[in-house]
Design a protein around this ligand. Structure first.
Ligand code: TMP
Ligand code: MG
Length: 297
């Protein structure tokens, strides 16, 4: 049996043998991929985080913006507000990725971060008709190979749920401008609520931050119910909080989780390998998800 287990890595999915691919249990990963392949695309759904998972962490050594950071543009917010949002990022992002703190310790800080930023954005009276232009002017980029990823899922009619603690309006604009907002794509995220004149006045629904995706998944149970005949889940994320995105799927048969480890690699490697089935270290491409999808669909 041993010889069969490692066949996938050697021949069918050679990408899995790359040095940047870490696995706690390679045999289990290969068995899961094989089981998903046998069940086929009709049994599959993909659930993915957005910021720093579908979008790039960095390009040519420069950080790429998250959906929140795309708003850092003179079109939308003034200098004083920019400064405050950057200060909040410098305060709270290190807490978000701190390997020495538990999720429970991080929770109140994340709520504070998101709430403060959203309040600042509302004060700026952001105009809906300027969002597309801000996205165009930003350096936001999807990971290399994104088009193959989105197009293949659409061709195979595999639903893709993008589950993001970022800003839904911006996220949609990014994928629209990259021509991959296909009909199989569904988004759960923080959406802006505009008044009649198109000015931001609030955010809709329950606030989503990095570490409450489980509660939000359960809130959106109706979405998952529609997909109940798709028991196999491929999950992509870059935060440990993203692992709970599939908690709304009632009867999971096979789940494969892929985690992008973009930052603080040495500090976080162990916890990522213990939590995700496949960990991709400083990999700015969709090569591994694409190779796996190419095999199973
Ligand atoms: P995600 O769930 O799509 O990854 O989005 C959440 C990310 O957004 C998270 O990693 C932190 C980041 N973020 C910012 O970059 N700036 C902000 O102001 C806030 C509130 C979050
Ligand atoms: Mg993310």
């Amino acid at each position: 049996a041993l010889a069969i287990w490692h066949q996938l890595t050697k021949s069918e999915i050679p990408e899995l043998a790359k040095a940047s691919v870490l696995m706690r249990d390679r045999s289990r990963v290969e068995e899961t991929i094989q089981a998903m392949q046998r069940a086929g695309p009709d049994a599959l759904q993909v659930i993915s985080d957005f910021d720093m998972t579908l979008s790039r962490f960095a390009h040519n050594g420069k950080r790429c913006p998250t959906t929140h950071n795309i708003l850092d543009n003179d079109l939308l917010i003034n200098d004083a507000c920019k400064k405050m949002i950057r200060e909040l990022l410098n305060t709270y992002y290190p807490i978000e990725i701190d390997a020495t703190r538990t999720v429970e310790e991080k929770l109140p800080h994340m709520v504070e971060w998101w709430t403060s930023v959203h309040e600042l954005l509302i004060q700026q009276k952001i105009r809906r008709d300027l969002l597309a232009q801000a996205v165009k002017q930003s350096s936001a980029m999807l990971r290399e190979g994104y088009k193959v990823f989105f197009d293949r899922l659409q061709e195979q009619q595999v639903p893709l749920l993008i589950f993001s603690a970022g800003l839904g309006d911006i996220l949609e604009e990014v994928i629209r401008q990259n021509h991959v907002f296909h009909p199989n794509v569904h988004v759960i995220s923080n959406y802006m609520d505009f008044d009649q004149s198109g000015v931001l006045r609030a955010f809709k629904g329950q606030l989503i931050h990095t570490f409450n995706k489980r509660e939000c998944a359960l809130l959106h149970a109706a979405h998952f119910r529609e997909l109940k005949e798709r028991p196999n889940v491929l999950l992509l994320g870059d935060s440990l909080g993203d692992l709970t995105m599939a908690d709304g799927v009632a009867h999971t048969q096979h789940a494969l989780t892929i985690g992008f480890l973009n930052d603080q690699v040495e500090e976080r490697k162990e916890s990522y390998v213990n939590s995700y089935d496949i960990v991709l270290v400083k990999d700015e491409t969709m090569d591994i998800p694409n190779a796996i999808l190419n095999y199973i669909t």
